[in-house]
Design a protein around this ligand. Sequence first.
Ligand SMILES: Cc1ncc(COP(=O)(O)O)c(C=O)c1O
Ligand SMILES: [Zn+2]
Length: 494
Amino acid sequence: MSLPPEQSSALSSFAANGFPAWRGRMEYVCLGCGARYPGDSLLYACPQCNDVFLLENLDFGQLAARSGQEWRDLFDARAASRATALRGIFRYYELLAPLLEEEDIVYLGEGLTPIVEAAPALRDAIGLPFAYKNDGQNPSASFKDRGMACAFSYLKWLCRRNDWDEVLTVCASTGDTSAAAALYASYVGAPLKSVVLLPHGKVTPQQLSQPLGSGATVLELPGVFDDCMKVVELLAENYRVALLNSKNSWRILGQESYAYETAQWYGWDVDRLCIFVPIGNAGNVTAIMSGFLKMLELGIITRLPRIFGVQSAHADPVWRYYAAPEGQRQWQPVTVSPSVAQAAMIGNPVSFPRVRRLAERFMEAGGPRAFQVVQVTEQQIMDAMILANRHGHIACTQGGECLAGLRNALALGLVDKTERAVLDATAHSLKFAGFQDMYFNDGFPPEYGVTPDKSLANQPELLLPIDARAGKDVAEFARMGADAVAARLSLQRK
Ligand SMILES: Cc1ncc(COP(=O)(O)O)c(C=O)c1O
Ligand SMILES: [Zn+2]
């Protein structure tokens, strides 16, 4: 293809350490009616048909002027870059939002999360090699930071171009979106101000503490996430606010970085890799498929991995859709029941049209088994999370959901033991410590349907009476303490 000379030289004269010179033109594409809108203003839903958008880089084809090997070399070289703007998700700048300038990029240490091989005993118990990608090691302790880094960088770009002096960012959340939005807004500061809308009593105390600590305005409504989502959609339609839910396609773009990092980690060879992703609002699974498809198009990878969405039986509209035979599939939101995978407890995922579109393209390029959805029970999710974390992992309940999904996929013959898997631990286990407590204390309300394996219960043990410290000096108390520990553990004297 012949490129305009300035674009051609921007592409060929790359310095791995410097901010890229090449720019692309971004457009929103409506998944309902196909209408297109320029990417230089913030849109969430199509003004003509109200469907969701995907963002498209009109100049993406120009990127093919570099070979797959050249792209791989560039991204590998950038891994050593000290340029702040290229240290996180924007290592893959050209594949994400190549309209941003270096000064727009917000970097809080997101992305490049570790892929940790399953502990050998856990791998043997499950029966095939697999790893957790610990997205809970992002700055707000969930994968949402990937999308927020992109959405906030874009907001900065917009504020700069439009000279805005105040922008109210709003989102509804099952906990992690609000934690991430509040963190990034508080870092960027003026002109941004963060408001988050939560379903009362439906986010964990740790997740609630996050936007509070970041200084966001935290508003609660009774109901579930799906209700709050409808409210912020109305707000975005009728008031001057910037919506940060995954209706905002810039967030989906940022989350593609999960796919790029995974491919890079495996030396750009993801053939026979099975990637397990929990599905809630369905933004993450959409982004991951989109990322792999872009890499395939540019020859950065030559084969697609397989993607497995995982849903709890208490919130499984996407599983239900794909469980029906092709030709008889009908989209039907569901009413959710309480789920330990609380962050994915969504009955009417906003991004379902995106999943359908991307899954279609994914299966066209990778075959009918390239995208599948598996269903798991609440019991399986908890058992899997506890098992993983007793083997040195830091999986949240959604990470447990992925391991439960892998087990079920193996049992169903969807995955075979010669393949390998990567499970998305989408948040840090600490955010969901309350569910671990319920497991250890046999405290699940009946609607969850979880019966703990009592042999796994773990409790702190108080070794001395509560007033044992009073009136003793340090040495005397230390001797008492050591005696009590030695007796409890039956330690042998040296
Ligand atoms: C920790 C966690 N895991 C999984 C999900 C589901 O991701 P998505 O809504 O993109 O499907 C969410 C958020 O919704 C989440 O916070
Ligand atoms: Zn439309």
